[in-house]
Design a protein around this ligand. Structure first.
Ligand SMILES: C[S@@+](CC[C@H](N)C(=O)[O-])C[C@H]1O[C@@H](n2cnc3c(N)ncnc32)[C@H](O)[C@@H]1O
Length: 446
C-alpha cells in the first residue's frame, strides 16, 4: 500500500486498524512518502506502532518510509527512491492542496509525462493511480473542484479513462467538517479501481464527520454521462437534488439553442485603471460589478466602494465594453451568505442614455453575438437561473461557490418562447424565493 503525502501516517494507521479488524490473515507492505523532514520521526513512530500491534495479533507488516518529493520522484528521477516500488494494490491519500502554476517546476515535469494537473492534489491522484496494478484501488480525500469546470477537464478525462469510480462520499457542510483547517472547498472522498468497469457507484453523504445521513446506489452513467465531452462527475446526494434532475434532466435545450452566449465580463479593473471613473459622467459607460446586483436587477450607480464609470474614447476602451441594451449577468463567485449558488440579475440599460456598458470580470454576461438580448427573454432567463430547481441541479455537479461559463453552458434551458412568455408576466425585480419557484414550475409545467 502506498500513502503519498503521509504526514504523521494517520491514514496508514487507520488502514492497518481496519485490516487487523477484518482480515488479520493479510500481510502488509506499506510505503509512506513524505517530504517534510520534521514529520518523518512522527511517521516513523506511527508505523512502528502499527507493526508492533500487528505482530502481536499475528499480522505481518513491513514498512518503508521514503523522504522525498512524490511528484519529483515519479516525473524526473528515473532511478529515484520510488523507481522500484510498484505496482501497488492500494493507494490511500489525503494529498496536499495548492495551485500548480503553469510555469512551476512540478507542472512542467508533469506535462513532460503527459499529465495536466492544475493542482497538487490532482498530481498526487494521477501519479497515485499510475503506481497501481490493474485492479488496484485508490482512496483519496480531496477538494471537490476536480469534478467539474474547465481547469480540470483534461485531468478528469485521463483519470476517468484509467479508473472506474466505486464510491463517492460528500459532506453536506464544509464549514463543520473542516472548520479547523480553514478549508473552504467542499470535500469528497472517492474510491476507484484502476482498469475497473463498475456499473454502479455508491454515493453517500453525511452532515459532518460523525454521521452518515444518506446513501444511494446509482448507475455509472448517471455520474459521468457517456456523451458529456467535459466528463463532469455529477454527485446527486439528496432526494431534492434527484427531484431536480428528474424534472430538468429530460430538457434538451442548452444555452446555445437559445442563440445566446455567455462570457466573462471584459473589464479587469486593476488593468484598466486609467479608464475607471469614481463618479460616472453622461458620456462614460456604466461599469457593473457583482455588488451592483441586488434582488434580480442591476442597481447603478450604487455606493459599493468601486468605480462606477468606465471612460470611453480610445480603442482599448472600445474593446472592453458592449453596446448598451439588456443583458443578464451571473455572479462568478457567490458569497457564503447567499442561499443560491447562481445569482442572476438583469441589466436593463435601454432607458439610459449611455452608449455602452462595461461588465467587470467577476460577472458572467449573457449576450447575443456581443450585443444585448430581448428584454422579456432576459427576465425569463433571470427567473429560471434564480430558481431553486436550477440551484439544486447545479449543486449536483459543482462543489464550490464559483460559477464558470462552462458550468452555465451545461445547464438545461426551456425554449425561448417559454422563457419570453414567463418574462412578459414578471417584473425584473425578484419576489421571494417561493414565488420565483412557483412561477417557474407553473410556467414550465415542472
Ligand atoms: C494534507 S497533508 C495530509 C497528511 C496525512 N496524509 C493526513 O491525512 O493526516 C499533506 C501532506 O503531504 C506532504 N507533502 C506536500 N507536498 C509533498 C510532496 N511534493 N511530496 C511528498 N509529500 C508532500 C505534506 O508535508 C503533508 O504532510
Amino acid at each position: 500500500m502506498l500513502d503519498p503525502g503521509a504526514g504523521a501516517g494517520i491514514l496508514t494507521a487507520a488502514l492497518v486498524a481496519r485490516v487487523l479488524d477484518v482480515a488479520p490473515e493479510l500481510s502488509l507492505e506499506l510505503v509512506a512518502v513524505e517530504t517534510d523532514a520534521a514529520l518523518i520521526p512522527h511517521l516513523g513512530g506511527t508505523l512502528e506502532e502499527c507493526r508492533r500491534t500487528a505482530t502481536a495479533t499475528g499480522t505481518q507488516i513491513q514498512y518503508q518510509i521514503v523522504q522525498a518529493d512524490f511528484i519529483e520522484s515519479l516525473t524526473s528521477m528515473p532511478d529515484g527512491p520510488l523507481s522500484s516500488a510498484a505496482p501497488f494494490d492500494l493507494t490511500i491519500m489525503n494529498p496536499p492542496y495548492g495551485k500548480l502554476a503553469a510555469s512551476s517546476v512540478h507542472r512542467r515535469a508533469l506535462a513532460r509525462n503527459g499529465l495536466v494537473c492544475p493542482n497538487l492534489y490532482a498530481a498526487f491522484l494521477a501519479l497515485g493511480v499510475s503506481m497501481l496494478k490493474r485492479g488496484g484501488q485508490v482512496v483519496a480525500i480531496t477538494p471537490r473542484s476536480f469534478t467539474n469546470g474547465p481547469y480540470f477537464g483534461e485531468f478528469r478525462r485521463k483519470f476517468l479513462s484509467a479508473v472506474a469510480l466505486n464510491d463517492i462520499h460528500t459532506y453536506a457542510s464544509r464549514s463543520r467538517v473542516f472548520a479547523e483547517s480553514g478549508v473552504l472547498q467542499e470535500t469528497v472522498i472517492i474510491r476507484a479501481t484502476k482498469g475497473g468497469n463498475a456499473r454502479k457507484v455508491r454515493l453517500s453523504m453525511s452532515a459532518d464527520h460523525r454521521s452518515l445521513s444518506a446513501e444511494r446506489l446509482v448507475s455509472a452513467e448517471e455520474v459521468v454521462h457517456p456523451e458529456d465531452p467535459h466528463k463532469f462527475i455529477r454527485i446527486v446526494g439528496s432526494n431534492e437534488e434527484q427531484t431536480a434532475i428528474d424534472a430538468l434532466g429530460e430538457m434538451p435545450g442548452r444555452l446555445g439553442d437559445l442563440g445566446i452566449s455567455v462570457s466573462t465580463g471584459r473589464v479587469v479593473d486593476f488593468r484598466a485603471r486609467r479608464h475607471l471613473l469614481k463618479d460616472p459622467t453622461p458620456e462614460c459607460a456604466p461599469l457593473v460589478y457583482p455588488g451592483n446586483c441586488v434582488g434580480g436587477v442591476v442597481i447603478w450607480p450604487r455606493d459599493i466602494r468601486k468605480p462606477q464609470g468606465f471612460r470611453l474614447g480610445d480603442d482599448l476602451a472600445a474593446r472592453q465594453v458592449v453596446p448598451n441594451g439588456t443583458y443578464v449577468v451571473v455572479k462568478r463567485f457567490s458569497t457564503k451568505e447567499e442561499r443560491r449558488r447562481i445569482v442572476a440579475a438583469v441589466w436593463d440599460g435601454d432607458a439610459r442614455g449611455h452608449p455602452a456598458v462595461a461588465f467587470e470580470n467577476h460577472l458572467n454576461v449573457f449576450h447575443q453575438a456581443g450585443a444585448g438580448i430581448d428584454r422579456d427573454l432576459a427576465v425569463g432567463l433571470s427567473y429560471w437561473l434564480n430558481s431553486t430547481l436550477i440551484d439544486r441541479f447545479f449543486r449536483t455537479f459543482s462543489g464550490h461557490t464559483q460559477v464558470n461559463v462552462a458550468d452555465i453552458r451545461a445547464l438545461p434551458f426551456p425554449s425561448p418562447i417559454q422563457l419570453v412568455s414567463l418574462g412578459q408576466r414578471c417584473q425584473p425585480q425578484l419576489p421571494g424565493q417561493a414565488e420565483i419557484d412557483s412561477m417557474v414550475t407553473t410556467a414550465f409545467g415542472l
